[in-house]
Design a protein around this ligand. Structure first.
Ligand SMILES: Cc1cc2nc3c(=O)[nH]c(=O)nc-3n(C[C@H](O)[C@H](O)[C@H](O)COP(=O)(O)O)c2cc1C
Length: 161
């Protein structure tokens, strides 16, 4: 779905799945068209149209974005088995940039003192789409709780309640 002009794509549904997603996957492409996809744990939304990701150890992603800003970011809540995919345009924000403190504030909090954030990777979202597990189509009446129990069983996780 293309993003509406009058409001950003990040609504409550996106925020909920973001909060429950342990990782996102950032896909970039180099000038020769070679794709690159790697996981990032320190990421969040910013405003209603942007995802920000901490560059802690992502030299290839940063190099690619500087040369070719088209990216795709996806994330899923593995237990509820759903998430989102964003296609967007990324910008590398170094610490000396004026907007680093604003864009990076939440990432700095998440990273704590153990991880140095070299840059903020700021992604303006151009297109957004839902990712659903096939079970949403096959078993549309299943409640979240039931879906979660089935994911716990499939992944060998004990739910703790
Ligand atoms: C669980 C997990 C979480 C990670 N989180 C981040 C992160 O938030 N930021 C980051 O820069 N690298 C993170 N990494 C490390 C990068 O994925 C890794 O350094 C990767 O090789 C970078 O690839 P790139 O240079 O192609 O971006 C994480 C890796 C794992 C396994």
């Amino acid at each position: 779905m293309a993003v509406r002009k009058d409001r950003g794509p990040i609504n409550q549904a996106v925020k909920t799945d973001l909060k429950n997603s342990v990782l996102c996957w950032l896909a970039t492409v180099d000038p020769a068209g070679v794709p690159n996809v790697t996981p990032k744990e320190i990421f969040t939304s910013h405003g209603d149209d942007r995802i920000v990701i901490a560059d802690i150890a992502s030299s290839n992603s940063v190099r690619n974005i500087r040369l070719q800003p088209n990216v795709c970011v996806s994330f899923i809540d593995i237990f509820r088995q759903r998430g989102f995919k964003f296609v967007g345009t990324a910008k590398i924000i170094p610490p000396e940039a004026e907007d680093f403190a604003t864009l990076g504030a939440e990432l700095l909090r998440m990273a704590g003192e153990d991880f140095l954030i070299r840059n903020v990777i700021s992604v303006r979202i151009d297109r957004i789409s839902r990712i659903w597990a096939p079970s949403y189509t096959l078993f549309p009446d299943r409640a979240d709780e039931e879906r979660m129990q089935s994911a716990y069983a499939a992944y060998g996780v004990r739910s703790g309640h």
